[in-house]
Design a protein around this ligand. Structure first.
Ligand code: AN7
Length: 391
């Protein structure tokens, strides 16, 4: 493992979460292993345990992973990897089962995480499952109701922080640097991302290596983890090539898009990020170096989409494909449509849009915003008689 800031290298050590020398972001080396995936038994994330860095004597599980890859009935060669079917309704569960198992191995009793909501819900559930106490730092008034309800239901302790997610994360990192009694579950924890890379193994087992993968980007951990998964398959000789990784951000919360478009080697943070997709209302992505590495190495790109494009994509997925996702998750599909409409993707290309979270996470936005965006379809009737008269 090595530090992306000071570049020092270290022997693989599961207790290291940030660089012990400079506090920077740690990257785990590629796990190279030529086990045929078809030889692995079981299902879900832990099926791929031999391909994960680290040692997990207690494998905490709620049946995460093995999510459906749904073929579009409209766009040729487009597939949706629907992560909303995970136990707490988002992709976070893939990493959380691994990170919480790591906390158990290291002997921790409590965990901490800053979150826009989904990480909090997932951390709360997996902590309950492991017998750990979860402390959650949430941006005040900025978390979708479903996610708060999940966290409370699982018995986590909630701390509301003013100043949005970015400030909540700064607090969580500070706390870990000063006092190491709480195990941090944010995605700067490289062991969590090991679990998230299993999405790529599942896609590969279903359809081989796609040409493009579209991923909504907030902190940028997931796009990196997915890239790492495909990269390890290729380096191990199990697959040929890797997909082009495209990150999609909301227009007023898109520091990565700005950096990629301007060829910047340093990221300029967005101070007050805004978007209806509260899960990705993030201006200071802690994993930005990893995100840019994944995008540039794979010859991918970064696209921003407006809130209107996000909501339209959410409604289209629900009405045309029958797939229900929260707004942040629809960003990947909105980004795909944008590139498709600009003629930048060949019709024959095999594309996967990662749909990161379930619609029930954020019912308020659906009722107040999403269904109004395509008003010709949004119909409620005042009486049964009104319906009978139509037929
Ligand atoms: C549905 O829960 O950051 O780029 O604290 O919930 O890996 O951060 C959520 C992120 C995409 C972005 N889609 O993933 C949190 C949090 C959904 C999300 C993302 C999130 P990253």
């Amino acid at each position: 493992m090595h530090c992306l800031d000071c570049k020092r290298e270290f022997e693989l050590d599961q207790s290291l979460l940030l660089c012990p020398e400079c506090g920077g972001l740690l990257e785990l080396g590629f796990v190279i292993n030529n086990i045929q995936l078809t030889q692995l038994k079981g299902r879900g994330v832990w099926k791929y345990a031999p391909l994960l860095a680290g040692d997990y004597p207690f494998k905490v599980s709620l049946g995460e992973g093995s999510t459906p890859l749904i073929r579009s009935r409209v766009y040729p060669n487009l597939y949706y990897k629907f992560e909303g079917t995970n136990p707490t309704g988002s992709f976070k569960d893939r990493g959380m089962c691994v990170a919480v198992s790591s906390a158990l191995k290291l002997g921790y009793k409590s965990v901490i995480v800053a979150s826009t909501g989904n990480t909090a819900a997932s951390a709360a559930a997996y902590s309950a499952r492991a017998g750990l106490q979860a402390y959650l730092l949430l941006p005040a008034n900025n978390v979708a109701k479903g996610k708060i309800a999940q966290a409370l239901l699982h018995g986590a302790k909630l701390i509301e922080v003013s100043g949005g997610f970015d400030s909540a994360l700064e607090n969580a990192i500070q706390l870990y640097r000063n006092k190491r009694t709480l195990y941090p579950l944010n995605s700067y924890n490289p062991w969590r991302l090991e679990g998230q890379k299993t999405l790529s193994f599942e896609v590969f087992e279903d359809i081989g290596v796609p040409d493009y993968v579209f991923v909504p980007v907030g902190n940028g951990g997931n796009i990196y983890a997915i890239w790492k998964g495909f990269k390890e398959l290729a380096i191990s000789g199990l697959s040929c090539g890797i997909p082009r990784m495209f990150g999609v951000q909301a227009k007023d919360a898109s520091p990565i898009v700005r950096a990629i478009e301007n060829n910047l080697s340093e990221l300029r943070f967005v101070e007050s990020p805004q978007t209806i997709a509260s899960a990705i209302r993030i201006g200071k992505p802690v994993n930005w170096k990893k995100t840019i590495k994944a995008i540039t190495d794979s010859h991918g790109g970064a696209i921003s989409v407006s809130d209107e494009e996000i909501l339209k994509a959410q409604v289209e997925l629900a009405r045309v494909e029958g797939v229900e996702v929260e707004p942040a998750s629809a960003a990947s599909f909105a980004g795909y449509k944008k590139l498709m409409n600009e003629g930048k993707i060949d019709q024959n290309s095999k594309v996967v849009c990662v749909l990161t979270g379930h619609a029930l996470k954020d019912p308020e936005t659906i009722i107040q915003e999403s269904i109004k965006i395509e008003s010709q379809f949004a119909s409620t009737f005042n009486s049964l008689d009104e319906v009978f008269k139509m037929f």
